[in-house]
Design a binder for this molecule. Structure first.
Ligand code: 5GP
Length: 207
């Protein structure tokens, strides 16, 4: 792999959440800040209605994905809900070198890989207010078949159990408040917020 100046990875921010926690909407909001960008992942999943290639994901075939793994194109990659997802090295490094805070909207497996490879990177977990609300949001979204919703709820239990391993935790009960916190945490390159502020929801929520 290419040699990096490791300090650029302070600007790398992993954001994870179970499906339905509101992660994508929150990230969209904070992208109004031109100092922040999100890295578009590759996936072998088929696009959902309304999703566009190159905007939501780079939608590629499983064969293409395997080739890119072989050619070491990914910073991390993982199988999530039966599909491959991966973060392209080139896209991330280019943004970081341009002094942009880069968000990786990835699952807990990817988050673990990134933390191991780049200890200076930071990680944020977004919690739904409760499991019941998560289920309600997933159903109201209306984008997935029932069996997919059930699979995602099962996966959500595993994902929620990983929240404590992240540097920051946010509960998305009040959208505006969660947006403010996500923005502040993304900008907090030197982990200046103390541990209590960063992990406060763990004290009140028992997931
Ligand atoms: P969805 O298919 O609902 O867009 O995403 C499913 C899951 O895959 C989410 O948890 C999302 O964060 C995760 N994901 C998206 N892109 C990547 C990636 O590049 N790497 C990893 N490890 N997970 C990803």
């Amino acid at each position: 792999m290419v040699d990096f100046d490791n300090s650029i990875f302070k600007k790398l921010c992993v954001v994870s959440a179970p499906s339905g926690a509101g992660k994508t909407s929150l990230i969209k909001k904070i992208l109004k800040d031109k100092n922040i960008s999100v890295c578009i992942s590759d996936t072998s999943r088929k696009p959902r209605v309304g999703e566009a290639n190159g905007i939501d994901y780079n939608f590629i075939s499983s064969d293409e994905f395997q080739d890119k793994i072989k050619n070491e194109k990914y910073l991390e990659h993982a199988m999530v809900h039966g599909n491959f997802y991966g973060t392209l090295i080139d896209s991330v490094v280019k943004l970081l070198e341009d002094d942009i805070i880069v968000i990786l909207e990835i699952d807990f497996q990817g988050a673990e890989i990134i933390k191991k490879k780049f200890p200076l990177s930071r990680s944020i977990f977004i919690l739904p207010p409760s499991f019941e609300i998560l289920e309600k949001r997933l159903r109201e979204r209306g984008t997935d078949e029932e069996e997919i919703i059930i699979e995602r709820l099962e996966n959500a239990k595993i994902e929620l159990s990983k929240a404590k391993n992240y540097d920051y935790i946010i509960v998305n009960d009040d959208f505006a408040e969660a947006e403010k916190k996500l923005h502040s945490f993304c900008m907090d390159k030197d982990l200046l917020f103390d541990d209590k502020i960063r992990k406060e929801p763990l004290i009140h929520f028992d997931f």
